[in-house]
Design a protein around this ligand. Structure first.
Ligand SMILES: NC(=O)c1ccc[n+]([C@@H]2O[C@H](COP(=O)([O-])OP(=O)(O)OC[C@H]3O[C@@H](n4cnc5c(N)ncnc54)[C@H](OP(=O)(O)O)[C@@H]3O)[C@@H](O)[C@H]2O)c1
Length: 226
């Protein structure tokens, strides 16, 4: 499967692209500008100098989306709608992973506070904007920091909570993400659960600041082994 990471030139998207490339997936970094995507590809090639990265390329967000089977949105919340509008005609029937979180830092405040959206969560807003395309929206990656993703020699000590109204898409995404060393996926339920999951990101940012780290994450205990 081909994975496109929209806004993959930024912190979170680059980290996600890195981890999927390492796990052998074909990854396209998307950007508003194709040459910026190419620079991000070079950045990862320099970082992972000993690894074969023939499965990594860069394109515009639109071209990346049209080529991909799975699309991941990793842009600041204020860029959510324009980015989705620009790729909407190419997402028909595809799995669409939303990793965005509305934090007050996007509107001049603190990253430790969430701001509420009319739709309930960023993931539900994405589903609303993509309505009519048959895209299967899945919320994931909200609680894994870009620092943990970029620390590519280390396992990620964090669970990934997955919310979606599409059971088949959720299963595919869980299988994909669990290829990243250390990550365990937890089925959080319907897409509406993203309202809670996204808010945990603000909490984790506060904890990371308070404890002076970049790697604090979430582990859910007591669930039966799969
Ligand atoms: N960073 C984290 O640790 C983390 C953790 C969990 C969730 N998240 C969420 O993931 C998303 C991305 O976070 P990030 O830290 O990676 O953000 P970022 O580095 O600030 O931005 C990511 C990319 O989005 C594109 N972008 C920026 N401003 C834009 C605009 N006005 N219009 C259209 N595109 C724009 C840019 O790509 P191009 O210029 O190449 O188009 C940029 O490289 C956010 O919603 C954040 O809340 C982040």
């Amino acid at each position: 499967m081909i994975i496109a990471v929209l806004g993959g030139t930024g912190d979170q998207g680059l980290g996600i692209a890195l981890r999927f490339v390492q796990s052998g997936e074909e990854v396209i970094i998307g950007s508003r500008k194709a040459d910026k995507a190419d620079k991000a590809v070079e950045e990862l090639k320099n970082l992972l100098e000993d690894e074969d990265l023939s499965n990594l390329s860069g394109l515009s967000n639109v071209d990346a989306t049209s080529k991909a089977d799975i699309v991941i949105l990793t842009v600041p919340i204020l860029a959510q709608k324009p980015t989705l509008d620009s790729v909407k005609e190419h997402v028909k029937g595809k799995i669409f992973i939303d990793a965005t979180v509305p934090l007050q830092s996007n509107i001049g405040g603190t990253p430790m506070t969430y701001f509420s959206l009319w739709e309930g969560s960023a993931a539900e807003r994405t589903a609303n904007i993509l309505k009519g395309t048959d895209a299967k929206v899945v919320s994931a990656f909200n609680n894994i920091s870009s620092s943990s993703l970029m620390r590519f020699k280390e396992e990620i000590d964090c669970d990934c909570l997955i919310s979606s109204d599409h059971a088949d898409a959720k299963k595919t995404v869980i299988e994909l993400i669990e290829k990243i060393p250390g990550v365990k996926c937890v089925d959080a339920g319907s897409l509406e659960q993203a309202r809670t999951v996204e808010r945990i990101t603000a909490l984790l940012i506060g904890l990371n600041i308070r404890y002076k780290t970049h790697y604090g994450g979430l582990r859910i205990t007591g669930l039966p082994e799969k």
